[in-house]
Design a protein around this ligand. Structure first.
Ligand code: ADP
Length: 158
C-alpha cells in the first residue's frame, strides 16, 4: 500500500494512520508529494527526514518513506502498490477524498482506496493548524513527536 500526502510536517495523526496501515498491509510506502499546490514550510527532503525518523522511533519496520511527483496512481503502479491509504477526519475530508477516489478509479481501475477513520484524539489535528498554533507560541507537544517540535521551533525561531 502507499500512504500519500504532503506531510508538512508529519503529525501524530499521520503516524496513527501509518502504524495502523502497517498492521493491515505487508508493506507500506509513505509517498511524500514533492510539489503540492499549497504553501510549504518544509522542503521535500526535510519532510522525508522528519517522517523517516518518526517511523524509525516507532519501529515500523515495514514502512518506508519516499518522495514522488506526478499522479498518485502512477506512483502506485510504478512501485507495484495495489492500495492507496488515506486518513479521514470527520466531515472535512470526505468530499475531497470521495472526489479524488472516483477520479483515480476512472484513470486507474486496478488501484483500490482504503480510508482509515482518524482516531478520536487526532480528529481536529491538521498540519496547517499545527503550524499556526506553533507560530503563535502555543503548546504542540502532544500533537507531534519531539524531533518535529524542534524542527518547527527552528523554522519559526522560537
Ligand atoms: P494532503 O495534502 O494529501 O491532504 P496531508 O499531509 O494533509 O496531505 O494529509 C495526508 C493524509 O493524512 C490525508 O489522507 C489526510 O486526510 C490524512 N490526515 C491528515 N491529518 C490527519 C489526522 N489528524 N488523522 C488522520 N489522518 C490525517
Amino acid at each position: 500500500a502507499i500512504y500519500p500526502g504532503s506531510f508538512d510536517p508529519v503529525t501524530h495523526g499521520h503516524l496513527d494512520i501509518a502504524s495502523r496501515a502497517s498492521r493491515l498491509f505487508d508493506k507500506v510506502v509513505v509517498g511524500v508529494y514533492d510539489l503540492p499546490a499549497k504553501h510549504l514550510l518544509f522542503d521535500t527532503e526535510e519532510r522525508i527526514s522528519l517522517f523517516t525518523k518518526a517511523v524509525e522511533n516507532l519501529k515500523l519496520t515495514n514502512v518506508t518513506v519516499t518522495p514522488y511527483n506526478g499522479l498518485t496512481v502512477a506512483f502506485a503502479r510504478q512501485i507495484g502498490a495495489q492500495v492507496i491509504v488515506r486518513g479521514l477526519r470527520m466531515a472535512s475530508d470526505f468530499e475531497h477524498e470521495f472526489e479524488m477516489a472516483l477520479m483515480n478509479k476512472k484513470i486507474a481501475p486496478g488501484v483500490e482506496l482504503v480510508c482509515l477513520m482518524a482516531s478520536l484524539e487526532f480528529q481536529f489535528l491538521s498540519s496547517s493548524l499545527l503550524k499556526e498554533v506553533c507560530q503563535l507560541k502555543g503548546n504542540i507537544s502532544s500533537l507531534v513527536p519531539p524531533h518535529v517540535e524542534v524542527a518547527l521551533r527552528e523554522k519559526f525561531n522560537i
